[in-house]
Design a protein around this ligand. Structure first.
Ligand code: FES
Length: 479
């Protein structure tokens, strides 16, 4: 079988692959992140590449169906097969890398925390003595070329790509640690990784298939993994915070540690927003947790982050452009009907103003309803009234940028907790750093001593409650 070079612009990265390999596979081999939201099923169109030079095998029927509206010369990287040398440019540029650094005492001992998120991986490197941060970096999770969300990636793993997903997670963590440490990754003595249940399993190279079907049991994840792949020194320790239950992962545990939840006498609640909403209530010395699929809204849409999307929806409600039922009002001058007969709204003036569709609004409705139902289920199970909560933290990589008024205004969070609502940002990363600095505290044992998991996906009332919570309004305005 002959091999051919596939070159990706603008970086010029090249991989040699066998005839018949997909451009997406070549991208993975070349270290080029091509977003493959649907996991390579040919339906999302996110993996489009422009062919700049050379030819690919003619598109098959599935690819043609996915290309109906694509400009000439564009192919789907997940379907297009290599038959000779070719040069391409992904249509969607890979998300950017963010790095910041501070001073470091020469020769100081370093430890690191890592938040292994589904979309992004963040690392913070701190001095062991005193905990001063010497650097921080956020990079895209390279698993994005296997699918946008956890469930797609688990099914891709089941189809034989489990090792590739583990490699992608490890490359992302290694890159974040390398950048956050200012290339001094060999000086890190301990790194602690917090991630959702599937991410932790994949990083550790553990079978994640038990999360694919009911009863969605979290796989056992080893406490430590070999640090070699992260270029850490051989004496370094690389810890992975294990899941609490099912989809409530080590990222939530890290958040609870960062917020010192176990020291609270009154009931407190942590909401971690993402494609999976995770809720943890600490009340009467006991942890009650639940998770619910929130869909892609918190990932954002064209030109808007997830938090900007939610904040925009709340703003449209205030202006009256959007009804509580989630329908865009065609009487509004900003609302128009798109090619497919779908209502759209332009957010602002100018040609590059973001445009939201009725479907985007629906995705926010589903996401906010999932959060609300999960939160209410946890409170009901523990017998705690929302008005008695002493603190409600809305955290997560996206949570920190949400506007408290917006999430109360659209009914994601009850108005009764508005005065105790805080947005502490990425508590998963903060918790991972805290464990790296001082080891698992006694509070961790307390938190995990008696955990009650509310099994929402198997609750027959869940779907009805979800439908009842779709209205975009604070509960005190409901009829
Ligand atoms: S069309 Fe979705 S990844 Fe290619």
């Amino acid at each position: 079988m002959s091999r051919h070079p596939v070159t990706f612009e603008p970086s010029g990265a090249t991989a040699w692959v066998d005839t018949g390999q997909t451009v997406l596979a070549a991208g993975r081999a070349a270290g080029v992140l091509i977003e493959a939201t649907c996991g390579g099923r040919g339906v999302c169109g996110m993996c489009g590449v422009k062919v700049l030079e050379g030819t690919l095998a003619p598109p098959d029927r599935d690819e043609l169906a996915g290309l109906t509206r694509a400009p000439a010369g564009v192919r789907l990287a997940c379907r297009a097969r290599v038959v000779g040398p070719v040069r391409v440019r992904p249509l969607i540029a890979a998300r950017s890398v963010q790095v910041s650094s501070g001073p470091r005492v020469t020769g100081s001992r370093l430890v690191a925390g890592v938040d292994l998120g589904t979309t992004n991986v963040s690392a913070a490197v701190v001095e062991l003595a005193g905990g001063r941060e010497v650097g921080r970096a956020t990079v895209p999770n390279r698993q994005a070329s296997f699918g946008a969300d956890v469930m797609t990636r688990i099914s891709v793993a089941l189809e034989g790509e489990a090792n590739a997903l583990t490699a992608a997670a490890r490359e992302s963590v290694a890159e974040a640690l390398f950048l956050a440490s200012g290339s001094a990754v060999g000086d890190i003595e301990q790194a602690v990784v917090a991630g959702n249940s599937a991410m932790a399993a994949m990083l550790a190279g553990v079978d994640s298939s038990s999360l694919a079907t009911a009863p969605y049991v979290a796989p056992e994840t080893p406490d430590t993994v070999d640090p070699g792949w992260a270029a850490l020194r051989s004496s370094a320790t690389l810890r992975v915070l294990g899941p609490i239950a099912s989809f409530v992962g080590g990222d939530v545990l890290a958040g609870l540690i960062a917020l010192d939840v176990a020291s609270h006498r009154d009931p407190v609640l942590l909401v971690d927003v993402g494609t999976n909403a995770e809720i943890a209530l600490w009340a009467h010395g006991r942890l009650t947790v639940a998770s619910a699929a929130a869909g892609p809204a918190f990932e954002g849409v064209r030109g808007l982050t997830g938090s900007e999307l939610v904040n925009s929806i709340a703003e449209l409600r205030v202006r009256g452009t959007l009804g509580a039922d989630g329908l865009l009002d065609t009487a509004s001058p900003d609302v128009f009907t798109g090619e497919d007969g779908v209502r759209m709204v332009r957010l602002g003036d100018g040609d590059d103003a973001p445009i939201l569709s009725q479907l985007d609004v629906r995705s926010v409705q589903l996401a906010k309803a999932a959060v609300r139902v999960a939160m209410e289920s946890v409170l009901r199970t523990a017998g705690v009234d929302a008005a008695r909560l002493a603190r409600v933290w809305v955290a997560g990589a996206f949570g920190g940028a949400l506007d408290p008024e917006a999430i109360v205004g659209i009914g994601m969070i009850p108005r009764a907790v508005r005065d105790v609502l805080e947005m502490p940002g990425n508590t998963s990363l903060a918790g991972a750093v805290s464990v790296a600095l001082s080891g698992p505290a006694r509070s961790t044992e307390l938190l995990l001593a008696d955990v009650r998991h509310v099994d929402l996906p198997n609750d027959p009332a869940f779907t009805r409650r979800l439908m009842d919570s779709l209205r975009l309004e604070a509960e005190d305005r409901r009829p």
